[in-house]
Write a protein that binds this ligand. Structure first.
Ligand code: GLN
Length: 306
């Protein structure tokens, strides 16, 4: 790995420079190291180094940077040049307009997962109960339960994750948003399982990347995001298969299962859900128009009221 001084022989000459010239310089550095979205990245990193909001930078163009500010910015830029995602460097990510703490123990929440939550919220409107019990499998940063609790305050969510570090991060995010309706449980989906409880909805963004595809991922994901949250180390369907089987057991009759899946899994997952006894299987596209969210329902018991 490169050292900071190898990256930047000009570091000394940055001292005494203005905000605008440091921004320009930082963008050129990122460009020369093949990092995209240079303006966005540099503005985020410089505002983080100066401890100001990004918009505030525009009003500071001519401000001369102090030596320690240059130093801080340079260290952050160096991490980005080494491909660390900007959200980890900042320790913050945004999900459905909600700010969340993130670190290398949790996946950075993605826009397609916002679609998963939107679909879940839509399903909730059809459930007429005072309290809706939801199971969230693989909670990571807690993005899904936080968003559900913010937008549907009558839900009661049980969130599980195998990683104690991920659960600690989710706990920080729950308390940051004053949410008390979520229970965090450390559990391995393939070993012991869960409370003697049935759920109205199960939602999950499982590790669905196959080992083959994992090797092809960009370094930002492959080298920095938690591997166990990304890939199952096999065909990509191991968790989806397990969740489908558990869904058939842990959901109330008429309950809903919603999952995020990979771009090429929709046919196989539909078949799997059908085999597990689900009906009303629907797929929803991501922003690239690829089916990435699957929604399915357990049939009601025969003769039961809807
Ligand atoms: N629930 C988190 C997310 O959707 C983490 C998912 C995971 O770890 N696979 O981003």
């Amino acid at each position: 790995m490169m050292t900071a001084s190898q990256l930047n022989p000009l570091l000394g000459s940055l001292t005494g420079r203005t905000v605008v010239s440091v921004l320009q310089w930082g963008m050129a550095q990122l460009a020369s190291h093949g990092i995209d979205e240079q303006r966005l990245n540099v503005e985020l990193l410089l505002s983080h180094a100066l401890d100001v909001r990004r918009e505030t930078l525009y009003a500071m163009n001519d401000r001369i940077l102090e030596v320690d500010e240059v130093d801080r910015f340079h260290q952050l830029l160096h991490r980005r040049i080494c491909h660390e995602p900007v959200q980890y460097i900042m320790g913050e990510a945004e999900f459905m307009g909600i700010s969340l703490r993130v670190n290398g123990h949790v996946l950075i929440p993605r826009p397609e997962t916002e679609i998963l939550v939107e679909r879940t919220l839509s399903v909730l409107t059809s459930i007429h109960k005072d309290r809706i019990d939801i199971l969230d499998i693989g909670t990571g940063s807690g993005n899904i339960p936080v968003a559900l609790a913010v937008f549907a305050p009558h839900v009661s969510v049980t969130s599980i994750d195998v990683s104690a570090e991920a659960l600690a991060t989710a706990a920080v995010n729950l308390s940051r948003h004053n949410i008390s309706s979520v229970v965090l449980v450390q559990a391995d989906l393939f070993e012991e399982f869960l409370p003697e409880k049935q759920f109205d909805v199960i939602v999950s963004n499982p590790p669905y990347v196959s080992s083959e595809e994992f090797a092809l991922l960009e370094p930002e994901v492959r080298d920095f995001e938690p591997t166990i949250a990304t890939t199952d180390g096999g065909d990509g369907l191991r968790f989806i298969r397990r969740i489908s089987e558990l869904g058939a057991i842990k959901l109330h009759p008429g309950g809903w299962l919603l999952m995020e899946i990979a771009y090429d899994q929709s046919a196989r997952v539909t078949e799997m859900l059908d085999t597990c006894g689900f009906s009303d299987i629907q797929l929803w596209n991501d922003y690239q128009d690829v089916p990435r969210i699957v929604q399915a329902r357990l049939p009601h018991a025969i003769g039961a009221a809807r």
